[in-house]
Design a protein. Structure first.
Length: 185
């Protein structure tokens, strides 16, 4: 029986070792990315699959500590949000208290709202009436383009959301809102 020639095996070189480490690192990065995407799946889900968590109760607010919302020049009202009321819920809703005052700074109205960044929808949970919160009996999500008041769309564009997702933290959200106002001024 004839013998087969032996073929010497290549020796592992430093570059081959580096390439295999790079491949393992790339695979690990992909795995970690997939896990992170799964953790935020609730935020980016299709609207029909998304389920809102129970809304928190309306928070106390301070009309003297507002972050200005840049409304069009023709608006008769000034708008601002109390930074202490901004919350990001696990379901991807950014809630806040919006305060509207007349140009002279007299009377004001306040609204406890939520923005679902993924769908560009807003919901009013409660209105501040006669010194107390009055819950909306059946609050509904409405697309920002269909609302009579445009403050939610302006707030969205001013930086409340990072495109179609909330920012990673309330601090980051507030930093974006404040820096946007400085850019406009």
């Amino acid at each position: 029986m004839p013998t087969l020639p032996t073929i010497p095996l290549p020796r592992t070189t430093h570059s081959a070792f580096r390439a295999s480490r790079l491949g393992r690192g790339l695979a690990l990065s992909c795995l970690l990315g997939a896990l992170a995407a799964g953790a935020q799946a609730q935020v980016f889900q299709d609207k029909n699959d998304w389920k809102e968590d129970k809304a928190p109760p309306p928070p106390a607010f301070n009309p003297d500590k507002l972050i200005k919302v840049e409304m069009p020049f023709y608006s008769n009202l000034k708008f601002g949000i109390d930074p202490a009321t901004v919350r990001i819920t696990p379901d991807g809703v950014v809630s806040y208290v919006m305060v509207a005052t007349n140009r002279d700074g007299g009377a004001f109205n306040a609204y406890f709202d939520g923005i679902h960044c993924a769908t560009e929808e807003v919901k009013t949970y409660a209105r501040f009436v006669n010194g107390a919160w009055d819950p909306v009996s059946e609050p509904e999500w409405k697309h920002m383009d269909l609302l009579r008041s445009s403050y939610a769309k302006v707030l969205f564009n001013q930086g409340m959301c990072r495109e179609h997702a909330p920012w990673n933290s309330v601090k980051e959200t507030l930093d974006k809102l404040r820096s946007s106002v400085r850019e406009v001024e």
